[in-house]
Design a binder for this molecule. Sequence first.
Ligand code: ATP
Length: 133
Amino acid sequence: MKTLTVSVVTPDGPVIENNYDMVSCKTESGELGILPGHIPLVAPLTISGVRLKSENSADIIAVNGGFVEVRPEKVTILAQSAELPSDIDIERAQKAKERAERRVNSGASDIDLMRAELALQRAINRIDVKEKA
Ligand code: ATP
């Protein structure tokens, strides 16, 4: 059976490169399920968990936005940051979440509010991915 070679790459280097049967990710226009042979496309991702499934294993990766590029036999995800559950420091994410919540509730200016909301989404996503693993 055909598989997909999946690479997740960040500015710090590759996070994963492996073969899977299916990739599920959240693009800005909705959920995308990718099987081998999918039509080529490029789409922006939300701050979310990317699920990778093969016959014997399932992985999930917390991605901080970025893009997914789909080719029939390859899926490449480029993101500013991406972590496997084993690399997620839950205490750090909880502290980041509390910090961001305080900023969101502090009546900050528009730019600071947007930054705090994105930091909050990253922290919630990391906690969520760690819990789902
Ligand atoms: P923090 O405020 O805790 O730094 P952040 O969301 O601002 O969180 P990013 O700018 O998204 O952090 O990421 C900076 C680097 O730190 C990246 O390499 C990312 O993978 C890593 N990182 C951030 N938070 C965590 C975490 N909770 N566990 C493991 N690595 C993390």
